[in-house]
Design a protein around this ligand. Structure first.
Ligand SMILES: Nc1ncnc2c1ncn2[C@@H]1O[C@H](COP(=O)(O)OP(=O)(O)O)[C@@H](O)[C@H]1O
Ligand SMILES: [Mg+2]
Length: 227
């Protein structure tokens, strides 16, 4: 279902948008009572409605021309993230449910797109968890789980654009992938594995920066490679 709707954000920004999603989710979005959600080092503005379990991701415009061009081709950040989420679900990975996508129609609006997602309450962000709990019991199993899912993803031909622990939530023994912009190589399924191998050093640095420990890296990397 597609609706033309003026969306008011709690920071005072209002914009006319083409809002699309399933009817029952659009009703939820309509009645959302959003408030700013402050997260360290986040490139988007975030808003959350804790009661209705909605989180809104609003990436600010960086380039006027690019923003408006990608709107015309369905390649806004919200479109890409929603497509990535659908693909990951198809391959059996858990993501946060997409409730709606709103594309601002005025070319001078502040946000590139608006993505309404199911807010996963009481989930732990894996980066924060690993950084805060260097000696937690079950840490190795958790890292193994991430590595096994990553191996499965790569083998399917899917490359997760921003692969690091900050884009994983953990709740009730389950991993939930967020920020789901992915690239799917359906004709060259070996490509994601090749790029992962090529980026080994930067991946290691990222792993260490975002909660992994030096002695945990080799095992993590080998599981991703399927060894
Ligand atoms: N569905 C969600 N449920 C709960 N928290 C979320 C959800 N999506 C994002 N977050 C929180 O917001 C932060 C930023 O989200 P993310 O999608 O990674 O934005 P960015 O593209 O700016 O990196 C995450 O680290 C997480 O803490
Ligand atoms: Mg992110």
């Amino acid at each position: 279902m597609i609706k033309l709707k003026k969306i008011h954000l709690p920071n005072g920004i209002s914009q006319w948008c083409l809002l699309r999603g399933e009817a029952h989710n659009l009703l939820r979005i309509n009645s959302a009572n959003l408030e700013p959600y402050v997260v360290k080092t986040c490139s988007s503005d975030l808003f959350v409605d804790h009661d209705n379990l909605i989180i809104l991701k609003a990436p600010p415009v960086k380039s006027f021309f690019k923003t408006n061009l990608v709107k015309l081709c369905g390649w806004t950040p919200a479109d890409k993230e929603a497509r990535g989420s659908g693909l990951l679900n198809k391959f059996g990975f858990k993501t946060s449910q997409i409730l709606g996508i709103a594309i601002p129609i005025n070319p001078f609006n502040s946000y590139r797109s608006l993505l309404f997602l199911h807010y996963i309450q009481d989930a732990v962000n894996l980066k924060e968890f690993l950084l805060d709990n260097p000696d937690a019991p079950g840490r190795l199993e958790l890292l193994d789980k991430v590595a096994m899912q990553t191996n499965k993803m790569i083998r399917k031909g899917v490359s997760f654009r921003d692969f690091y622990f900050g884009n994983l939530l953990y709740k009730n023994d389950e991993l939930i992938w967020i920020d789901t912009e992915v690239q799917y190589y359906c004709w060259r399924r070996s490509k994601p594995m090749e790029s992962f191998l090529n980026k080994k050093d930067s991946m290691r640095a990222r792993f260490l920066r975002t909660g992994g420990k030096d002695e945990e890296w080799e095992r993590f990397f080998r599981i991703i490679l399927g060894e």
